[in-house]
Ligand binder design. Structure first.
Ligand SMILES: NC(=O)c1ccc[n+]([C@@H]2O[C@H](COP(=O)([O-])OP(=O)(O)OC[C@H]3O[C@@H](n4cnc5c(N)ncnc54)[C@H](O)[C@@H]3O)[C@@H](O)[C@H]2O)c1
Ligand SMILES: O=C(O)C1=N[C@H](C(=O)O)CCC1
Length: 251
């Protein structure tokens, strides 16, 4: 039985995972952390992570970027591995994640779905065909109107996946409104749309002369992220310090 602390337990993702784990004979949420203590989850909820004294095997995090520093400190101090799913981290926080991964196991992924993690692999091959042929690359993502960070962590991860395959030759462009000039070949445009209850859509566009190739992933419910996060938690429990990602879980 994997004992989970759910960080951000009263948010949208925290609640989906609470429901999923309730039906899982191999996992249990033993405590939750959330500044909003407004739900009866059937486990204790701490509004301050420092006060959580419940023994656990792994922390699953879907909260807010502002909460990540205290989460990392807690995970290192208590030696509890963390599945870090919150997006919108600053460069300083990303550096801290790396530093902490020398002391505790951290699995960081902006998207826990099987589809997006498979797409990341496929994009490396596609980029190595279309980039040398001069195709322009653009990413468009769409999410619900409650999302605070833009562009999505997933859009950045998809761009990183392409850029890694191409030796880091692309510069990301998030806003074309301030500069009146044609796009450069080495630009990778990333655009964000926010509206309604869109769970998550990502389109990667390779645009060449007289042809366009599009890769599209649509999440129809938050369950795809929740399932991946619970799988990742089971994988990470008991792992030695280090940096892990969903590719380690999926294989
Ligand atoms: N990696 C993925 O697959 C994936 C999927 C969905 C969402 N996300 C990310 O997860 C995060 C949460 O998403 P959500 O839709 O559940 O958001 P949400 O706003 O519904 O939930 C966040 C919860 O965190 C709590 N919180 C905020 N600040 C806190 C703090 N300082 N300490 C403790 N709790 C705090 C809030 O009270 C809220 O209950 C976002 O960054 C989102 O982008 C990642
Ligand atoms: O709902 C969100 O917020 C999501 N955030 C992640 C991101 O920023 O990529 C993953 C998709 C859902």
């Amino acid at each position: 039985m994997v004992r989970i602390i759910m960080h951000g337990c009263n948010g949208k993702m925290g609640q989906v995972i609470t429901g999923l784990v309730a039906d899982d004979p191999n996992a249990q949420i033993v405590a939750g952390i959330d500044i909003a203590d407004n739900r009866d989850n059937g486990y204790p909820v701490f509004t301050d992570i420092k006060k959580c004294d419940v023994a656990a095997d792994v922390i699953v995090d879907f909260a807010a970027a502002v909460a990540v520093d205290a989460l990392l400190d807690y995970s290192v101090e208590k030696q509890i591995p963390v599945v870090l799913c919150t997006t919108g981290l600053s460069d300083e926080q990303l550096a801290k994640v790396k530093e902490c991964s020398a002391k505790v196991a951290i699995l960081k992924s902006a998207n826990m779905s099987l589809g997006i993690n498979t797409l990341m692999k496929l994009l490396k091959d596609a980029a190595n065909v279309f980039a040398p042929a001069g195709y322009d690359i653009e990413i468009v993502e769409k999410h619900h109107n409650q999302k605070v960070d833009a562009p999505s962590g997933t859009a950045i991860a998809l761009a990183d996946s392409i850029n890694e395959a191409r030796g880091g030759e692309y510069e990301y462009v998030y806003d074309r409104s301030q500069v009146r000039k044609k796009r450069d070949k080495k630009e990778l445009g990333i655009s964000a749309v926010r509206g309604g209850t869109i769970v998550g859509e990502h389109e990667v566009i390779f645009a060449g002369i007289d042809e366009v190739i599009e890769f599209k992933h649509t999440a129809y419910s938050k369950s795809v992220f929740a399932k991946g996060a619970v799988e990742a938690a089971k994988f990470l429990a008991g792992k030695p310090a280090g940096m892990y990602d969903m590719a380690d879980v999926i294989g």
